[in-house]
Design a protein. Structure first.
Lengths: 115, 111
């Protein structure tokens, strides 16, 4: 069966510090991978998605970047965190299901607080 | 503009009661609509998924309906349990990699 891992689960960082969040998927090959951010009381906002190694698409201009060094590894980074980067970060993977389209499966999330 | 609006924003019900959550969308084109349950501090988990031709889909005590003509969906929870306390998110996919998320309805089930 497929599983998705994210770490760390929680993170408190000072403004201006770097960031690295990691996501790995097990039990599937060549998944589509996604990074979302969820602000309190808001819907999920797609930050990045990837259809393959080294292929990253950005949905919104921001202080963050993403990389996919391996097929099942997706990393979210920042060189200098801003207060507005605080939020709940979710990684997801998807697979194409006949008749219903891409079904997304979410990781447990990382709670980031920038002080 | 592609949008998904959910109502109510939050809801409190007594254990054992039924409730219905609403989702209106203006997403076009339309590929499918999903309802997710998100426990506090956890990732969303899919409850149901419906395509354009489906009107209703059940998953245990959860029943989702879809009216593609009026662009409305609802999620009905029967005989609520304390464990149903969570955020319920309506998600519409127009196609490709785009996914439009609603802000969610926060449900509190009280004993």
């Amino acid at each position: 069966s497929q599983t998705i891992h994210q770490w760390p689960a929680t993170l408190v960082q000072p403004v201006g510090s770097p960031l690295s969040l990691e996501c790995t998927v097990e039990g599937t090959s060549n998944p589509n991978l996604y990074w979302y951010r969820q602000a309190a009381g808001r819907g999920l906002q797609l930050l990045f998605y990837s259809v393959g190694i080294g292929q990253i698409s950005s949905e919104v201009p921001q202080n963050l970047s993403a990389s996919r060094p391996q097929d099942r590894q997706f990393i979210l980074s920042s060189k200098k965190l801003l207060l507005s980067d605080s939020g709940f970060y979710l990684c997801a993977w998807s697979v194409l299901i006949a008749g219903t389209g891409n079904e997304q499966f979410f990781g447990p999330g990382t709670r980031l607080t920038v002080l | 503009k592609n949008q998904v609006e959910q109502s109510p924003q939050s809801l409190i019900i007594l254990e054992g009661k039924n409730c219905t959550l609403q989702c209106n969308y203006t997403v076009s084109p339309f590929s499918n609509l999903r309802w997710y349950k998100q426990d506090t501090g956890r990732g969303p988990v899919s409850l149901t998924i419906m395509t354009f031709s489906e009107n209703t889909k059940s998953n245990g005590r959860y029943t989702a309906t879809l009216d593609a003509d009026t662009k409305q969906s609802s999620l009905h929870i029967t005989a609520s349990q304390l464990s149903d306390s969570a955020s319920y998110i309506c998600v519409v996919r127009p196609g490709g990699f785009k996914t439009i998320f609603g802000a969610g309805t926060r449900l509190f089930v009280k004993a």
